[in-house]
Design a binder for this molecule. Structure first.
Ligand SMILES: Cc1cc2nc3c(=O)[nH]c(=O)nc-3n(C[C@H](O)[C@H](O)[C@H](O)COP(=O)(O)O)c2cc1C
Length: 350
């Protein structure tokens, strides 16, 4: 069965879920153009999730994807948290802000039984996960809806693990990708590969459809991924300037500047490695500073700095998530980006 048959879409194209910069508006625009629109749910509380899912259901009869994180919440570590806040203190002083309070709780919740219960009535048709899969009982609950389950793999062993543990589709996330690395079996960043190396090896290693993600920004990139055996393509960064995204003004400015050529993996904004445009905080503290608390506890202390800086028009303290190939970013409707990417599918079939 082809990916589009499995997903129920016209095109084997997926708009990557992008927590923090988009909601149902982007997903609906992409669904309207025949691809799979995604709603990132990791940062939504129950009321927002219900509202956004209702907007999707009301806005289209086509399938859409709900995306959740599957991390294990870390035990609080007071010493590490204090060291982290001490590192941020000079910046707070510079900006006239009080010292950040100790982390009060997680900013991103893993997929759990409450969320599954909330979705029971809706029986979503497609779900994707980042950082592995939910525990077996919860995954069985999702599968009882008849849902197609996708998850990101950043290495061949992760792809094999996902296929063996119930994923219907594996998303091969190359190192070029913007946002969080989906890694979950091994935290050693030297295991991470670029899309060109990862994709064909994953295609050979698993029997389910494989979706390529990371660095794909135009029709030629789509055609290249399909030539390497991808069943479809997932694209995130290229949508970031679309009017349907809520990307902040400093983030939009960074994406359009020469600085977008320089991205790095950083743990400073959440505690897990994620790719963003190099900014002041990353330059000055080191993008992978070991003082950053474990995911997702690093976020809280940076939040006041981020808010104050953004208010002044600066992205110095913001996660400027972006992949290594921002050349596809255009401030045009998402349907136009989707159609441009779809031309690569026709080229691949010709
Ligand atoms: C701004 C941004 C936010 C992201 N947030 C998520 C997320 O919430 N969940 C997820 O599974 N992937 C997330 N990703 C990663 C994407 O799923 C995908 O791997 C990546 O966008 C593909 O590479 P590209 O950005 O080069 O197109 C995010 C990516 C970006 C750029």
């Amino acid at each position: 069965m082809s990916l589009q048959q499995l997903l129920g879409t016209e095109l084997p194209l997926i708009q990557a879920p992008m927590a923090g910069v988009q909601g149902s508006a982007l997903a609906l625009a992409v669904c309207g153009a025949g691809a799979l629109g995604s709603l990132p749910c990791a940062m939504l509380d129950a009321a927002s999730l219900q509202r956004e899912v209702a907007a999707l259901a009301a806005g289209t009869s086509r399938p859409w994807n709900l995306n959740f994180f599957c991390h294990t919440l870390p035990a609080p570590d007071a010493a590490r948290d204090a060291a982290w806040r001490a590192l941020l203190a000079p910046y707070c002083g510079e900006m006239g802000l009080a010292l950040p309070a100790a982390a009060s709780g997680p900013t991103r919740k893993p997929f759990d039984a409450d969320t599954a219960a909330l979705l029971d009535a809706m029986r979503p048709r497609v779900l994707s996960f980042h950082f592995g899969l939910p525990p077996p009982g919860l995954l069985a609950h999702v599968k009882s809806w008849g849902a197609v389950v996708m998850s990101s793999a950043t290495t061949v062993p992760e792809a094999q693990w996902l296929a063996a543990h119930g994923a219907d589709v594996v998303i091969a996330q190359g190192l070029e990708a913007g946002g969080h690395r989906g890694l979950f079996l091994d935290s050693d960043l030297s295991t991470q590969m670029g899309t060109l190396a990862l994709l064909p090896q994953v295609v050979r290693a698993v029997h389910c459809p494989v979706v390529a993600a990371g660095g794909i920004a135009d029709a030629a990139g789509v055609a290249a991924a399909m030539a390497l055996g991808a069943a479809g393509v997932q694209v995130g960064t290229a949508y970031l300037l679309c009017p349907e995204c809520s990307t902040s003004a400093p983030h939009r400015a960074a994406l359009q500047g020469a600085g977008a050529q320089h991205t790095a993996l950083t743990t400073l904004f959440s505690g897990r490695p994620a790719r963003g445009i190099v900014n002041r905080l990353m330059r000055e503290l080191g993008a992978l500073n070991p003082a950053a608390p474990a995911f997702p506890l690093a976020t809280a202390a940076v939040a006041p700095l981020r808010a104050a800086a953004e208010k002044a028009g600066s992205g110095d303290f913001s996660p400027l998530w972006c992949g290594q190939n921002a050349s596809g970013c255009r401030a045009v409707p998402a349907a136009q980006i989707t159609r441009a990417l779809a031309a690569g599918l026709r080229a691949a079939n010709a």
